[in-house]
Design a protein around this ligand. Sequence first.
Ligand code: SF4
Length: 281
Amino acid sequence: MREIRYEDIVKSVAKLCVEACCVQTPDIKKAFENAKNKESSPLGKSILDKLIENGKIAEKSFIPICQDTGMAVVFLEVGQDVRIVGGYLEDAINEGIKEGYVGGYLRKSVVEEPLFERKNTTNNTPAVIHTRIVKGDKLGITMAAKGFGSENKSILKMLVPADGIDGVKKVFKEAIDLAGPNACPPLVVGVGIGGTMEKAAILAKIAAVREVGSHNSDPRYAKLEDELLEIANNSGVGPQGLGGNTTAFAINVEWYPTHIAGLPVAININCHAARHAHIEL
Ligand code: SF4
């Protein structure tokens, strides 16, 4: 049994928070450059230039790419041969989020309860944590800083099998139209298909942090990703919603087996900031 220390997890998570919020991942940088070359609208091109410049300034000065540094969503892949010593794993994650957001001067955007007092927790905890037990003796941590301008535009629909591919495309188009300029396009959209209601939503979230430029390993779903990207980029929304053909950088689809009577579909929208960082301990 390999041991991983509580304090090492705290330190790593704190670092991931600052890194995710201040440094664009290489796939997003590349997506911006590609989009700039393909964008047909002069205004759209100029907005892409400004967003590229914004990313460079953020990285150089280590300041956040956007003022909304999001709610922390953490995906854990815990090897079954790992033992956490010195404390409880979820406490370590939240302690790391606290250190990262307070020490990194990132905006604290989380409220204690959602409906009545909505009092800020002042340290951006708790994180939303999704844990999977996997083979091996490593601990994988992916931290996504999820802004709510885009999160609020996400959709979940319980379709029936007869709705088929056209039904999925209709839900997707509905989400893109609903998002319009408010989700700060160009978007990275995660689509989760199958499973149950909550599984589809989690798949969509996982898809939203998948690398831009990657494709689903099943060619049928890879083709669907391309078709959905075309739908998004033909919508005319464009960079920051001011028109153009770069409404999305990528549409990533993840799927799971489902019930004979169902076809759950979830669309999770990520803005151009699409912030996430990963470490393996
Ligand atoms: S949607 Fe993204 S870019 Fe827009 S305000 Fe929120 S975090 Fe910032």
